[in-house]
Design a protein around this ligand. Structure first.
Ligand code: FES
Length: 263
């Protein structure tokens, strides 16, 4: 079948709605006969916090044009603080999308209660139009973009980012092991810089998986200064994640170490 032309194209959006509020709001929207576009495929989840960055990035890799997350209003989550973590994770996801070159506007988080049927219809209409304006996502077909999204995915699974986002609530409200409470803005800055670093390291590993690459080559592909690439390589070598290969002339090259054998 011929590919749908841009004029015929309709955004494909996956919506994850929490069982207790947003899904009930969507239900009310239906029974109240509010109209909205049919582009969102709704998936019911028990809590918005069930949705990991890995799942969202995987869905975008599979060809979705947008992802909508719906949860209970802050303070109303049936699992007490689930939606607080969702909010923090969405911030991380948007930051990773930005790093990988995908428009962060393809992801939206909204709070919809069980009594807000009309609000649900407005959100779906508005988000569908927003994604329509962005056009079809290129992630599935653009090789370069796919490898950047894969790197974002790997970065989201690193212990450092998971720990920072997962402990944010405690670090701000209760303090660290020295009983120092962190300023939320300061913690955001720490998370932003860790996200950039983990993304770049994951991208180095992704790019050096199939062939050894020099620091200069990596810097050019990633558009990152070579001294920064070199610092990442040193850190990755210390963790035994990348190895030096046969030098090209006098230039060393590096290849990702794959646990369990040759790639
Ligand atoms: S139960 Fe709705 S966001 Fe947690």
């Amino acid at each position: 079948m011929a590919e749908a032309s841009q004029a015929q194209w309709e955004p494909k959006i996956i919506g994850f709605l929490c069982n207790w509020c947003s899904y009930a709001g969507a239900d009310l929207c239906g029974v109240s006969r509010y109209q909205y576009p049919t582009n969102v495929r709704a998936v019911r989840v028990m809590c918005s916090t069930r949705i990991s960055p890995h799942l969202v990035l995987d869905i975008l890799k599979a060809g979705a044009d947008g992802v909508l997350l719906g949860g209970c209003h802050i303070g109303d989550c049936h699992y007490i603080s689930g939606n607080y973590y969702t909010e923090k994770r969405v911030r991380l996801m948007k930051r990773l999308l930005e790093e990988s070159g995908v428009e962060p506007e393809r992801l939206r988080l909204e709070w919809v209660s069980a009594s807000e049927g009309e609000k649900f219809s407005k959100i779906v209409t508005d988000f569908t139009e927003q994604v329509r304006k962005l056009g079809p996502s290129k992630v599935k077909k653009d090789e370069k973009l796919r490898s950047r999204v894969a790197a974002a995915d790997d970065a989201s699974e690193t212990f450092r980012l998971k720990a920072l986002v997962g402990r944010e609530l405690n670090l701000v409200n209760k303090g660290n092991v020295y009983n120092n409470k962190l300023d939320p803005a300061e913690l955001d800055r720490i998370i932003d810089s860790a996200t950039e670093e983990e993304f770049e390291r994951s991208l180095i590993l992704e790019l050096s998986m199939s062939k050894p690459r020099s620091v200069k080559e990596l810097g050019e592909i990633m558009e990152v200064p070579t001294d920064k690439v070199l610092r990442h390589i040193v850190a990755l070598r210390q963790k035994n994640m990348i190895a030096m290969e046969h030098p090209e002339g006098f230039t060393p090259t590096y290849k990702t170490i794959v646990i369990g054998g040759e790639q």
